[in-house]
Design a protein around this ligand. Structure first.
Ligand code: MG
Length: 294
């Protein structure tokens, strides 16, 4: 199933997406529940009979989609340099403060983005030229945790996955290079587009799913989630070894080759650009770019 968080007639709803019909059917939820986005369903979804009733479907064209988790409860966990070709292109860019450890990491590189930088589909990534003009895109499959836990083994890890969504891990490369911790370059306001909806884990085969990114219609990234260096069970085992994962946590699993700094000269994002990230079975996340202090 696919679940969307959206605005309709001035209120936030969470509903079931019907791709064929191009509609979304709202769950019967309180406004307090709907404020949490699809997170309010995650506990219920472990007991499917408790999913709320849905009302009459509405055309997707008549609603404004938001990020499925408009404001996650905690930072978004992210994995750096998790595809071989991207690890090499990033290592050569001059912005890799982890390059001393070699191009390809021997252990997953885990960093995070603050929840406040999440934006929804069609919202603008805002570029502040006084802070950075080295803005880059990163198409990523994001895991949404269902059942929390600590010390989760690889063997059990997929039982803790509720579903997936798309994240564009927008990055200020110069800030990423300046600070050895990446959080500032990764958490700039508006730098975490997420959506267009969340799909339950049965909807895609993460061992073989196409992932692509285009800028202004030009394909920049085209790969497959089966090519991750550290697969999802390995990532979950690594994080949860000592950090208790909670329902609704989001883990962005890294980006394939073809980011802006992989080009010579680099192809950075600028106001007016349109970035589309597409993952087979999860849809397309489209965001324009604007400017702070227009
Ligand atoms: Mg990334």
């Amino acid at each position: 199933m696919k679940f969307a968080t959206y605005q309709h007639a001035g209120k936030r709803y969470v509903g079931v997406v019907d791709i064929e019909a191009d509609t979304v059917a709202p769950f019967d939820l309180s406004q307090a529940q709907a404020q949490r986005g699809v997170a309010c369903l995650i506990d219920a979804e472990t007991l499917p009979e408790t999913l709320p009733e849905t009302g009459p479907p509405v055309a997707l064209a008549d609603v404004t989609l938001e990020a499925p988790l408009p404001r996650p409860d905690r930072n978004i966990f992210c994995v750096g340099k998790n595809y071989f070709e991207h690890a090499h292109e990033f290592s050569k860019s001059g912005f890799d403060s982890s390059a001393a450890q070699g191009a390809v990491p021997s252990e997953p590189i885990i960093f995070s983005k603050v929840p406040d930088c999440v934006i929804g589909p069609d919202q603008k990534v805002l570029i502040d030229p006084e802070v950075s003009e080295a803005i880059d895109y990163e198409a990523e499959l994001a895991v949404i945790i269902g059942k929390g836990g600590r010390g989760i083994s690889k063997e059990d890890a997929m039982d803790h996955v509720w579903g997936y969504t798309i994240v564009n891990d927008v990055t200020a490369r110069d800030l990423q290079g300046r600070y050895s911790q990446w959080i500032v370059g990764k958490s700039q306001d508006t730098f975490c587009p997420m959506g267009p909806w969340a799909a339950t884990r049965d909807e895609i085969d993460v061992a073989d799913t196409g992932i692509r990114c285009s800028v202004n219609g030009e394909t920049r990234q085209s790969s497959n989630t089966g090519l991750m260096i550290f697969d999802i069970p390995t990532i979950i085992e690594a994080i949860s070894a000592g950090v208790t994962l909670k329902p609704g946590d989001v883990i962005a699993t890294g980006t394939p080759a073809g980011v802006g700094i992989g080009f010579e000269p680099p192809k950075y994002l600028k106001p007016g650009d349109v970035v589309e990230v597409e993952i087979d079975g999860l849809g397309k996340l489209k965001n324009g770019c604007g400017r702070w202090r227009a």
